[in-house]
Design a protein around this ligand. Sequence first.
Ligand code: MN
Length: 342
Amino acid sequence: MLEQIIQAKNVREITKYINRAERCVIVAHTSPDGDAVASSLALKHFLTELGKAVTIVLPDDFPHYYRWLQGSTDILIHKKYPAEAEQIIGEASLIFCLDLNDPRRLGSLAGPVVSSSAVRVLIDHHLDPVPDFCRCVISCPAICSTSEMVFRLICRMGMYEIINLPMAECIYTGMMTDTGVFAYNSSHPDVYTIIGELIKKGIDKDKIYRSVYQVSSEGRLRLMGYLLYEKMKIYPKRQTALLTLTNEEKIRFGHQPGDTEGFANLPLEMDGISFSAFLKEEGECIRLSFRSVGDFPANLFAARFGGGGHRNAAGGTFEGTLPEAIKLFEEVLSVTNPSLFV
Ligand code: MN
């Protein structure tokens, strides 16, 4: 028996909206990660089983190592097909916003989603969701992943039996990727109860691990080596490491979406490093990823850049050049209370 974390009134409300809905759309955040892609697919498979017409629309493309997830090739990418994506959002009667706490995280989809007349439902596990952006807000920061929330929601709706193998694979993928393969953010015993249930549904967890983590390109491994050897900067007094990546370097290493996933965590493997930052040029902006171990609040650090997230994993976007972002990073670091780095 799982702890009842999602409120009963939310379960009633969402059931009502699903029953009434004609056309459903599921959206998630920019640079979609495993949890964003997999929770969207799990929810889509569930709604499809209930006889609903469902389209997943993501702002931009997701990493190739999630293409094996059933249904992923039907995901509509706004950046590639803007007119079609906006038309489908405009025709939706119910829009699920997954794995984000702020409409700005939708990037180019924020406008079409916010101006839509559809009922919006938020399902998310980040802290401090923006109020009033969705009519129904299911926000559970205590839960490891949005994918786990989708599992819990289905169970609370009394539909555990509907969960099939493709849904179970999606749910496990999101839980696995959002916890660094259960290395962090995964101390609630329910996480392992749920994994047990997913195994009963037939998932091959070892195969899922290999499909996501052991499919690197040569370029990704060489880029990793280059960044660690030539680019990593250490701030010993602050127990901090910084990695940076330019657009030119991306081209040089044949960078594909998802190739730098996990890079922000690499410096934390060093003894004595408790905070790690990865600043990456992305088009005209800088994408920021912050990771920490222990009590260092990566989310509060990210807030200085207008971003947010969890205590040990946070991020944001910086409007400016990479040297400007590095300068601001070093300034914020120098005024951060040293006692936090323990
Ligand atoms: Mn997530």
